[in-house]
Write a protein that binds this ligand. Structure first.
Ligand code: NAD
Length: 345
């Protein structure tokens, strides 16, 4: 049994990771300030005697240091995440993502603890290359467009992690996650799939930002967690950067149509210009496709869930949550329709 520290463990991906770690018999320690994480995400774990939650910030070294000292390994997931949140809280984004990661990495280096850093496909910026491979150049917009602060802050985390690795021997692995989705992800901070699903289930307009031609690739959180755990077990992963994602690509407009169909929704699909959705001059990436050849070559990783299954699972889980939180008018016909959608193709 290992002692595993998960920063951001009450978040969407972190909560699924904690579940998997407990299932394999680890002792799990979480530090989370609940800024975007939720107690509901981990409520079902709280009775487990191997699960320990510290509500606090990674910016608070007095809380963080003892957790790192006592841990065997660390999954560093705590960050300010989500396009909307980054625009709304630019200072918090930069401070948490850079200073918080500095705290985690410096303490991990001090005690020589294996640390996996959750980075993001955003670090590739607006490069037009398809697919992205780990050694590709990053291309960013100007500093007066605050959305790039997330990409830059995560790129600094990567630089810092590799610097600690090379200069001080920190065993570190960098996982560049592409769009990850699944149960417990919320649409509150600009995550597209839960937002579309909620809009479809509420019969509200499904709002596509931009012209909808931009494409994304979605991986299910169960596949992503499996990749993180597998990488952490492989000694040759240390000191390296890996893309983690699902190369199946879809345009955002097509995604809206698919969600509408699988949810059997009567929502209209409404296009909203980026300027209106975010802020004037907002820039987005047109395509963001991962090459997963590197992680496949090292650990044989391939995602298992296809997009339709991912969407159907999300519809089922959101329908359950919406029914309990706001008495969504769900007819029996709708429910059986979506159960059928869960097994299509
Ligand atoms: N979900 C995705 O599609 C995606 C894609 C690329 C990268 N990532 C990365 O994966 C990680 C997890 O993301 P997620 O999607 O689960 O988002 P999330 O917002 O659900 O999780 C982040 C967690 O970090 C916590 N947190 C934020 N600031 C903190 C602080 N100062 N101290 C302690 N805890 C703090 C939040 O409360 C939350 O629980 C992040 O590092 C993110 O950058 C996610």
């Amino acid at each position: 049994m290992s002692k595993v520290l998960v920063t951001g463990g009450a978040g969407f991906i972190g909560s699924h990771l904690c579940e998997a770690l407990l299932q394999r018999g680890d002792q799990v320690f979480v530090i989370d300030d609940l800024s975007t994480g939720r107690i509901e995400n981990i409520a079902h774990l709280q009775d487990n005697k191997h699960f320990h939650l510290t509500i606090g910030s990674i910016l608070d070294l007095s809380r963080l240091e003892p957790l790192i000292r006592r841990a065997d390994v660390i999954f560093h997931l705590a960050a300010v995440v989500g396009v909307q949140k980054i625009i709304d809280a630019p200072v918090e984004t930069i401070e948490t993502n850079i200073l918080g990661s500095h705290n985690v990495l410096s303490q991990a280096a001090r005690y020589g603890k294996l640390c996996l850093v959750a980075s993001t496909s955003e670090v590739y910026g607006k490069s037009k290359k398809v697919p992205f491979t780990e050694d590709d150049d990053a291309v960013y917009g100007p500093t007066n467009k605050s959305r790039w602060s997330y990409a830059c802050s995560k790129a600094i985390d990567e630089f810092l992690a590799l610097a600690y690795c090379n200069a001080q021997g920190l065993p570190v692995i960098i996982a560049r996650l592409f769009n990850t989705t699944g149960p417990r992800q919320t649409g509150r901070y600009g995550m597209v799939l839960p937002r579309f699903v909620d809009q479809a289930l509420r019969s509200e307009p499904i709002t596509v930002f931009g012209n909808g031609h931009q494409t994304r690739c979605f991986a299910d959180v169960s596949d992503v967690v499996r990749a993180l755990l597998t990488l952490m077990e492989h000694p040759k992963a240390i000191g390296q950067v890996f893309n983690i994602g699902n190369p199946q690509e879809i345009s955002i407009y097509q995604l809206a149509k698919l969600v509408k169909r699988l949810a059997d929704s009567d929502s209209e699909i409404r296009m909203i210009p980026y300027d209106e959705a975010y802020q004037p001059g907002f820039e987005d990436m047109e395509r963001r496709v991962p090459s997963i050849e590197k992680i496949f070559r090292l650990v044989g990783y391939r995602p298992r869930l296809k997009l339709r299954e991912i969407i159907s699972h999300m519809i089922e889980s959101r329908r359950g949550e919406l029914v309990t939180t706001e008495a969504l008018p769900v007819t029996a016909a709708l429910q059986s329709q979506s159960l059928r959608a869960g097994v299509v193709e």
